[in-house]
Design a binder for this molecule. Structure first.
Ligand code: REX
Length: 402
């Protein structure tokens, strides 16, 4: 048995739990995480405009909490790795878990037309539940229009409350991007339809579904879905969205309904809970094996195959050959990466409290390399460019989605 000692504290806050690690419990055959690599990435995110950043790595019995910068710039509060934040599209994996439990219960068939389960039919009967979960329905992403102008778009919806149907109608006013099943085309509409489907089939609101099927069973005390409440409670990081005119100051975007996303992106959580969630998921604690296999059946979505999508789950192949599973998230003021190894033995969540800044989003992906491959991607620019990191799905109509 060896005892892990506390890491060297450079700038920022590094908190390493001093815990006993037996060789047998030594998580995976991966190299150890690089705390200095994570810190270097976080500082690079700050150098590119993020007020702060946090990362938590849970690896076997060890945990690493690393944070830099500010959680609140006006109050001058330091960031720490325990703070809550808006996880954006990481919510899609939570929604998928609820849906897959319904599949396991025999209440929803993955290959049935979604219209079998919806109160108002989609324009195309050929769209299946699986197409929605894998972003292959062809349904136009209504957020392309909504956030064409970033800050005005955000201000127009920050206090709005939408029904699922209102959001779906915004989408179906457009021609589809492809025939059902013909192509991968990432769209928030898919997961809004899934929210409506779940509520229609069960008669139970999404908030209750998340609570009863995921938050409570896993003891996720820092995770909540409070739509349409606008505040984040407890200890949290404030979010700051960048204007399209980058000479303007960042806009504090913390308080909002996130009604424009709901089941596609309105969950609030923290790094410990997200790590626990993804580790539990891949370990089969949330959905039975057949449904987990479906979720983890990944199809490449970029040219070099380093990025893939399953059902409500992203895959990223890293420079050391490992593929990690999880999701990314972008909601005004917050970029998130939450991923775990296939066996759930090592999990990492990173968040930078800004958005509409593709450079920060791309840089932050480097924490995956540091956490899972033990490298410092800032020092090793070759690694920084691997893993498809130049490709992000930050939303913008001018950005091609793959
Ligand atoms: C909305 C606009 C981004 C953000 C969005 N977020 O669609 C979903 C999500 C919920 O998390 N998706 C990402 C805004 C791609 C994911 O899966 O990782 N951008 C901002 C603009 C651009 O307004 N004009 O960056 O704050």
């Amino acid at each position: 048995m060896r005892i892990k000692n506390a890491g060297v504290v450079l700038a920022g806050t590094v908190v390493m739990a001093a815990v006993a690690v037996t060789p047998a419990g030594a998580t995976t055959s991966l190299p150890g995480p690089s705390v200095t690599g994570v810190l270097a990435v976080q500082k690079q995110a700050m150098a590119n405009g993020a007020p702060g950043a946090l990362t938590r790595i849970d690896s076997g019995a060890s945990s690493y909490r690393i944070a830099v910068g500010k959680a609140d710039t006006a109050a001058d509060t330091a960031m720490d790795a325990d703070r809550r934040f808006r996880v954006g599209s990481v919510s899609k994996t939570f929604t998928t878990v609820v849906l897959m439990q319904l599949v396991a219960e025999g209440r929803v068939d993955l290959d049935a037309p979604a219209n079998d389960y919806l109160p108002k039919p989609l324009p195309d009967d050929r769209i299946t539940v699986r197409h929605l979960l894998s972003h292959r329905s062809g349904l136009w992403d209504y957020t392309n229009d909504m956030f064409y102008h970033t800050v005005p778009g955000f201000e127009a919806v920050r206090n709005k409350v939408f029904t699922f149907q209102e959001l779906i109608d915004l989408s179906t006013a457009h021609q589809p991007t492809n025939q059902p099943g013909a192509a991968y085309s990432y769209s928030n509409t898919n997961f809004v339809v899934l929210g409506q489907l779940i509520e229609h089939v069960t008669g139970v609101p999404m908030a209750t579904q998340y609570e009863q099927r995921i938050f409570q069973p896993l003891g996720l005390k820092n995770t909540s879905y409070v739509h349409p409440q606008t505040t984040i409670t407890g200890s949290y990081a404030r979010g700051y969205v960048r204007d399209d005119d980058t000479t303007l100051p960042l806009v504090d975007s913390t308080e909002q309904t996130v009604s424009w996303a709901q089941s596609a992106g309105a969950v609030i959580s923290n790094s410990a809970d997200l790590n626990r969630f993804f580790a539990a998921l891949v370990s089969g604690k949330l959905v039975p094996q057949p449904q987990l296999r479906e979720m983890m059946s990944m199809v490449p979505v970029n040219a070099d195959g380093t990025q893939s999508y399953g059902l409500g789950l992203r895959g990223r192949k890293l420079s050391c050959g490992v593929t990690v599973y999880g999701h990314t998230g972008t909601v005004q003021g917050y970029y998130t990466y939450a991923f775990t190894t296939a066996d759930g033995n090592r999990s990492m969540t990173s968040m930078a409290n800004t958005s509409n800044n593709g450079t920060v989003n791309t840089v932050l992906a480097g924490t995956l390399e540091a956490a899972f491959c033990g490298v410092d991607p800032v020092k090793n620019s070759k690694v920084a460019r691997s893993g498809g990191e130049a490709f992000t799905e930050d939303i913008a109509p001018q950005v091609v989605r793959h």
